[in-house]
Design a protein around this ligand. Structure first.
Ligand code: KG4
Ligand code: ZN
Length: 323
């Protein structure tokens, strides 16, 4: 098969062609610059931008990969921003009907959890630590479409905490990459709280975010040294939380392969910390390349091809779900 994958769940428009588990074409349009001035994603702007760029991207695809060669369409149907999801879903439905080829709706979180399979041959089952701007979950991945959520955030997502802390310090959006850079120059001078959720594999980041906000108010006006130290202290605390929960999940399941994925997994320091923890506690950490960690069309085309090959097609209209 040659499956066209369409991803529009949040603020990135991604399309890709996957055939026999290999990516033949991939294109991504990021909206980071548009949302920067607001310090976060504005849903209405996001959906309008998808509507503008998706047809252009598909036209460009057509010049490189004739549509007659496409034998299936896969599209993210949730979770995500409903307006953004609808743009991709309606386009996918139209293409499927117009070209007379099968359609499948793909779960965004499942796609993140299996994107690693494009690069590494890790056997099922494994644990996926999925940490992005919208989600923070620990999943037991039993197969391509058979997964169990072992724990998830009770409030803010981890990437959202990075974005909010960066915003408080006037560092712009997205916050993750700039906090990572600032943290390299800082010292962990602040003591920040690690939430105690007992034996639960759930996460909570809102207490940490509030604690950082209080420290920022106390330390203002901020200078470069203070910003670097706050960034380092915050990132170290996030690292401790992720390491603790991952080690608990490994202990609970006995599964020793961990896939660290989602936008926050692009953070090299957090990756290294988790790998070191794995060496100490006897688990092995895998992470996809950064372009497969953040939102992309490749993972949708990849999982979509597997689903369509397995007969999991759907008739329009699909039912997109925000959560
Ligand atoms: O997976 P993703 O592209 O979109 C969502 O589905 O949310 O993740 C975006 C999130 C943002 O919150 C961004 O700040 C965070 O990932 N992020 C990072 C880094 N790069 C992106 N967080 C920490 N360190 C990074 N280097
Ligand atoms: Zn995502």
């Amino acid at each position: 098969m040659a499956v066209l994958g369409i991803e529009t769940s949040c603020d990135d428009t991604g399309i890709a062609i996957c055939s026999k588990g290999k990516i033949l074409y991939s294109s991504l349009s990021s909206q980071e610059d548009l949302h920067r001035e607001f310090g976060g994603i504005v849903p209405e702007i996001a959906s309008r931008k998808h509507l503008e760029v998706l047809p252009v991207m598909l036209h460009r695809l057509k010049e490189n990969f004739p549509f007659e060669k496409i034998s299936g369409i896969a599209v993210t149907k949730g979770p995500g921003l409903i307006g953004s999801l609808l743009v991709g879903v309606k386009m996918a439905e139209g293409l499927s009907m117009g070209l007379g080829i099968p359609l499948v709706g793909v779960d965004h979180l499942m796609a993140h959890a299996v994107a690693i399979k494009l690069e590494e041959d890790i056997p099922f089952p494994y644990i996926a630590l999925l940490v992005s701007g919208g989600h923070t979950s620990i999943m037991l991945v039993k197969d391509y479409t058979d997964m169990e959520i072992l724990g998830e955030t009770r409030d803010d997502a981890c990437g959202e905490a990075f974005d909010k802390v960066a915003k408080m310090m006037g560092l712009g959006y997205p916050g993750g990459p700039v906090i990572e850079e600032r943290a390299k120059l800082g010292k962990p001078t602040l003591k920040l709280p690690i939430p105690d959720l007992g034996s639960s594999l759930d996460f909570s980041f809102s207490g940490l975010k509030t604690a950082v906000m209080k420290k920022i108010m106390k330390l203002s006006p901020l200078d470069d040294v203070k910003v670097n130290n706050i960034s380092k202290s915050f990132q170290d605390t996030v690292s401790a939380i992720l390491r603790e929960k991952t080690a608990m999940a490994v202990k609970e399941t006995g599964i020793k392969h961990v896939v660290f994925c989602g936008g926050v997994a692009a953070n090299r320091t957090l990756r290294k910390d988790l790998e070191t923890e794995g060496k100490k506690k006897g688990f092995k950490v895998f992470s996809p390349s950064p372009h497969l960690c953040t939102d992309n069309g490749d993972m949708i085309a990849f999982l979509g091809e597997i689903m369509l090959e397995g007969g999991l097609l759907e008739n329009p209209p699909l039912s997109p779900y925000p959560n």
